[in-house]
Design a protein around this ligand. Structure first.
Ligand code: UT7
Length: 345
């Protein structure tokens, strides 16, 4: 992978180096809460079984945050680890983007709370809400600020405390999700891991497939909204499944074509960790070999915006990814939203 990126990719949108500017992921970090909730634990809480959860999803356990541990704490811990690895001081950070569907509160933003917790006093801060696609949306937004020379150092975080919006009486959703966070630091650093291209997509007409109906302006919190259990995540699993496979497959092709890459050139595919069967179906359609695909959902379940960020960090830490490897990140989530990114590590 020593060929200069500019020569390898003809499409300017796929160029790592654009008018002397580069967007690199200089470090990643992640954090998951200590408490483990196993399938055996869930068997005692609802009408389900380890056998059903394992065969239908691949999930064996997930992490659950402590009562006094919030999304901003989870995001801040992941960010501090990434900052340490990148040797970045808090006052070097220009912008903090937090992707989450479980903000500490509706406002102020979780990004502002993280800013205070990591001491990044100079940074601008805002949240984005693209559900499970949030981390790639965040990378793409961060990249635009780096490439436009607006900022030099952007911190992108995907963090969730999904246990706060899970209906533990609903076996259709209660077994699927977990808490955690991942972070990446973006800088203009030609010598570091390059974010080559990213794409984002959305289809609002299918928003009803996966939503939390109450708590916003359409259905503010009332005694009735609480007793009707409207403050929990709801999902039409089967339709979501079909859309997930199609959208991630299309997004993968879009970024591969932009970069003029074949799937065989990708060292590691890191898909959104929602369901093992979704990942297998996408990999099969892409003609990706099982050994190309990174999966860690058995340990964490679906952590929404944190999912690919945690997986990317783990893939790096366990040595699955080496310098110069090409990575393909794929996401899909409520909205509907989806996205893909190619990274040269
Ligand atoms: O991150 C955002 C994107 N989210 C996703 O991508 C999730 C997409 N969807 C899925 O992963 C799958 O659709 C699920 C895992 C949610 C469900 O798997 P499925 O194979 O689509 O099952 P199903 O919903 O069709 O349910 C099959 C059966 C039903 O029973 P009957 O009607 O056949 O008697 C369900 O009631 O399995 C039953 N069931 C369960 N049984 C035991 C559903 N959930 C459970 C459970 N334990 N937890």
């Amino acid at each position: 992978m020593s060929v200069p990126t500019q020569k390898r990719f003809k499409n300017p949108r796929a160029q790592h180096d654009f008018k002397g500017r580069t967007c690199s992921i200089v470090a990643v970090g992640s954090y998951v809460p200590e408490r483990v909730l196993t399938n055996a634990d869930l068997e005692k809480m609802m009408d389900t079984s380890d056998e059903w959860i394992t065969t239908r999803t691949g999930i064996k356990e997930r992490r659950i945050a402590a009562d006094n541990e919030f999304t901003s704490d989870i995001g801040a811990k992941a960010a501090l680890l990434a900052m340490k690895r990148a040797d970045i001081a808090p006052d070097q950070i220009d912008l903090i983007i937090v992707a989450t569907i479980t903000p500490d509160m509706l406002f102020p933003s979780t990004a502002c709370l993280v800013q205070q917790k990591i001491g990044a006093k100079r940074a601008a801060a805002f949240d984005i809400e693209a559900a499970c696609s949030g981390f790639i949306y965040g990378l793409e937004i961060g990249q635009q600020f780096i490439m436009s020379r607006t900022y030099d150092t952007v911190l992108v975080i995907g963090a969730e405390k999904l246990s706060s919006i899970i209906d533990w009486t609903d076996r259709n959703t209660g077994v699927l999700f977990g808490d955690g966070g991942g972070a990446a630091i973006l800088q203009n650093r030609p010598d570091s891991h390059g974010l080559l291209t990213a794409c984002m997509g959305a289809d609002g007409s299918k928003g009803g497939l996966l939503s939390m109906p109450a708590g916003g302006s359409q259905c503010p919190a009332t005694a009735k909204s609480v007793s009707d259990r409207l403050h929990y995540l709801r999902m039409d699993g089967k339709e979501t499944f079909k859309n997930a496979v199609n959208a991630m497959y299309k997004a993968a092709n879009e970024v591969l074509q932009r970069c003029e890459l074949e799937i065989s050139q990708i060292k590691c595919v890191i898909p959104h960790q929602a369901n093992r069967r979704i990942i297998d179906a996408v990999a099969e359609r892409l003609n990706a070999k099982p050994e190309q695909v990174f999966i860690n959902l058995e340990k964490y379940g679906n952590t929404s915006a944190a999912s690919v960020a945690i997986a990317l960090d783990e893939a790096v830490q366990c040595g699955r990814i080496q310098s110069g490897d090409l990575l393909l990140l794929l996401v899909f989530g409520a909205g509907l939203t989806w996205g893909a990114a190619v990274i040269e590590w």
